[in-house]
Design a protein. Sequence first.
Length: 202
Amino acid sequence: MLSNLQILLVALASLVFLTVLYFFFKPVFTRSLIQNSLDDSKSLLFESELEQGTLGFNDEDVPQQEQELIILNLVSMDNSNFDINQVHAILKNLDAKHIDGFFSYRDMHGKEIFRIASGINPGLLKADVKTHVLLLALDLNQVSDPLKAFEIMLDSASSISEKLYASICDASRAPLSKQMVEHLKSKAQEVAHLKSLRNISK
């Protein structure tokens, strides 16, 4: 028969084992929760590839050209709707301007860098909207420095996600990985290079 000490040791060993399992599998469960919540509401969300002109990027001073979009999504960790008043306050504190139902983040010269909308159609962030997804969209062809613009958007996404308890996801709404960040940076650098070549050829 096991002594009380042996029983206690077995119980402690079991507790330690379960604790290790919890921390090991916690990231997997978190990713699964996010993906399941997104799958459940997929019919309401924007498709991963936004249609051209969906968010109405335009600049009267820049000749119109094909959009080169980078999309980030901020998804509520528990699938509950964000407090829209808190969302508005956070975005205004970031100096984003509320224009035509969207929030527009601009540089010191007033030129738009990226746009923030609801990730649920039709995307407007009005005072009465209910959404658990925020969508950040950057058109690399409309900014003077694509790489810097992406880094600004990524920093803003990180700041917003911390305050709203949200996960930063890529365009396909998978948790944003370091590899994807590097891929998007490379994409921004490629667009910047092409822009510089066009400027040289003028």
